[in-house]
Design a protein around this ligand. Structure first.
Ligand SMILES: O=C(O)CCC(=O)C(=O)O
Ligand SMILES: [Fe+2]
Length: 299
């Protein structure tokens, strides 16, 4: 008796036909899921009902396709098809052709959108990037009032430097590979940033997008718009500590040379659940290269 047509328009318990129609219209117009969720919260919908309407997993529940809930008709669960970088993973491949290299897919999470890649960089490329960055590292230390010496900065205790886009042959090759892997124009990428963490150094949890409420943000956005994605590439391996963590979903990515963690955010909003940080290095040191991706050309 039940047909797929009826299923498509079935109204989930606790929701109204008007609401579901609104969801379908908004979704078809390309409004991202985090924005729809926020609108429904603002309109007074209970969190579990708002999530039900959007076919989003309950807080603490596994995301689709692991959850029992199926997406509602017209709702794009893959809200990242346009507007943010996204690797080509629709056919569940074990590896992706990034032009000059087969990159392995090690983990794929939908909400937040996180993908862990293996074999993105060769050992030689990691070494070359560290060697070129090392003499240019800036110490992000502050003066310690107590000792008169230098003390580490509270939130970000690594040292860093930026390369120009395409600055040398290795950088240009890697940038081209990233553009292909993430289906995002090379010109929308910021210059590669290299960070070096010594024991005790960390990067406290933060968002990579520019907070809409900060006075300096409009000026920053003139150069290419918002950040919409991040690729953190591991250039070496600390002996202990130094993982990249996503506290909202208790995910911990362990640094492994040549691997990378990618995440995207379709809104500058905590609803994207892309809060992340680098835990303190406990033993050894940690080198990473970060590529931030903007909405438009970054000049
Ligand atoms: O050190 C890490 O693993 C995270 C780095 C990070 O958050 C960033 O570069 O934006
Ligand atoms: Fe970050």
């Amino acid at each position: 008796m039940s047909t797929s047509t009826q299923d498509e328009f079935a109204i989930p318990p606790g929701l109204t036909p008007e609401l579901m129609q609104w969801v379908r219209t908004q979704s078809a117009a390309g409004v991202p899921l985090p924005a729809l969720l926020q609108s429904m919260r603002t309109a007074g919908w209970a969190e579990h009902l708002a999530r039900r309407a959007l076919a989003l997993p309950e807080v603490g529940e596994l995301p689709y396709p692991f959850a029992a809930a199926k997406p509602q008709a017209g709702v794009q669960v893959q809200a990242h098809a346009s507007g943010v970088p996204e690797p080509q993973l629709q056919s569940d491949p074990c590896s992706v052709d990034a032009g000059d290299r087969e990159v392995h897919v090690l983990l794929s999470m939908r909400n937040p959108r996180v993908v862990v890649f293996g074999n993105l960089l060769s050992d030689e490329e990691c070494e070359a990037i560290i060697a070129a960055a090392r003499p240019r590292m800036q110490r992000s230390l502050t003066v310690d009032n107590q000792s008169g010496g230098e003390a580490v900065n509270d939130d970000r205790t690594s040292n860093g430097m930026f390369f120009q886009r395409g600055e040398n042959e290795v950088i240009a090759r890697v940038e081209k590979r990233i553009a292909r892997l993430l289906n995002w124009p090379l010109e929308n990428g910021e210059g590669l940033q290299v960070l070096h963490y010594r024991p005790g150094a960390e990067y406290k949890p933060h968002y990579d997008y520019f907070s809409p409420n900060e006075p300096g943000t409009p000026t920053i956005l003139k150069r290419g718009g918002q950040r919409v994605g991040t690729l953190v590439m591991y250039l070496n391996e600390p002996a202990r500590g130094g993982a990249t963590i996503f506290p909202d979903v208790a995910l911990q990515v362990v640094p492994r040379r040549g691997n990378a963690v990618f995440f995207s955010y379709s809104q500058p909003d905590p609803a994207t659940r892309t809060l992340h940080g680098g835990t303190p290095v406990l033993e050894g040191e940690k080198w990473i290269a970060t590529k931030w991706l903007r909405e438009r050309e970054f000049k």
